[in-house]
Write a protein that binds this ligand. Structure first.
Ligand code: B12
Length: 248
């Protein structure tokens, strides 16, 4: 099993040592970073530090040097955000700090987006994506969108705080038959179920396939609310969409 000293970056080692207390989380995070290159660890460190300029520079350098966009995303940006999430939950940092980290994450995503979103030749289908009503988290949704576009889907992004009506209008307006909803708060998760009910009431439920995701969402929750699929990450989001489009 990887140990703390297997991580080259001193800042990351200190962060884990100081802030990651739960043994299961500690083992998971150490495993994540022990397999990441020093360059990816440096990107994660800058993200945790909320230093968007450094994330911007290091991500651009890594992509220019030929590092795969998925590696930058998983081992650099998402790995860094995993530590931020735990520090936030444990009240070691607060909303202003997390906003700086989110800004740094977005500075990195700017460089990976053109690669992951490079339009496929054949359009696989149209997907409507949005974060549900009351919820302002959009980083994970945006990653899903990049990956969907990269896989060849046309994606209409409704942004955050999306009402049921807006989801319904978008499906009708764009003639899309796949809907993806994201929620990061336990208080906004029920809005996914309410949106599904609204589609039933509007007589449109049978015309569309609905997928849901976001950190607190589970397969059980998705089944309970009547979604057609649950995805734990952006890769799962793409496979679901492909399955729905009959292109799996
Ligand atoms: C960044 C962040 C913020 C930023 C958001 C910036 C932004 N533009 O998104 C800011 C500072 C604004 C913020 C605010 C708040 N936040 Co916040 N935030 C986070 C944090 C640290 C990271 C979220 C993130 O970006 N993760 C990285 C991405 C890549 O992961 P992801 O979103 O899970 O997405 C992946 C998968 O879930 C999946 N996925 C996502 N969507 C979809 C959709 C589909 C269809 C599919 C298939 C898959 C899929 O694929 C993605 C890519 O792999 C989380 C901690 C955490 N553990 O998640 C807390 C967290 C979500 N926040 C939390 C809270 C409490 C809040 C606030 C209420 C704080 C406050 N007191 O004001 C506010 C709420 C604001 C609002 N109304 O939405 C809590 C929620 C707790 C709960 N049980 O509900 C968390 C869990 C932190 C904690 N306490 O542990 N937050």
């Amino acid at each position: 099993m990887p140990e703390l000293h297997d991580i080259a970056n001193e800042f990351i080692r200190q962060e884990i040592d100081e802030f990651i207390e739960r043994p299961d989380e500690r083992a998971r995070i150490i495993g994540l970073f022990a397999k990441a290159s020093e360059q990816m660890q440096a990107i994660a460190a800058a993200l945790i530090d909320g230093d968007h300029e450094t994330v911007d520079r290091l991500t651009a350098e890594a992509i220019a040097a030929g590092v795969h966009a998925m590696e930058v995303m998983d081992d650099g940006l998402i790995a860094g955000m995993a530590i931020v999430g735990i520090k936030f939950r444990q009240n070691f940092i607060f909303v202003p700090e997390v906003l700086s980290c989110a800004r740094a994450m977005k500075a990195g995503m700017v460089h990976i987006e053109p690669i992951l979103s490079a339009a496929g030749i054949e359009k696989l289908g149209k997907v409507i994506m949005g974060t549900v009503k009351g919820d302002l988290h959009d980083i994970g949704k945006n990653l899903c969108i990049m990956m969907l576009r990269g896989a060849g889907f046309e994606v209409i992004d409704l942004g955050v705080d999306t009402s049921q009506d807006r989801f319904i209008d978008a499906i009708e307006e764009h003639g899309a038959n796949i809907l993806g909803m994201s929620a990061l708060l336990t208080t906004t998760m029920p809005n996914m179920g309410k949106t599904i009910e609204a589609f039933i009431d509007a007589g449109l439920r049978d015309d569309i396939r609905i997928m849901v995701g976001g950190a607190p969402v589970t397969q059980d929750f998705a089944d309970e609310m009547g979604a057609d699929g649950y995805g734990k990450d952006a890769l799962a989001c793409v496979s679901l969409a492909k399955q729905f489009a009959g292109k799996a």
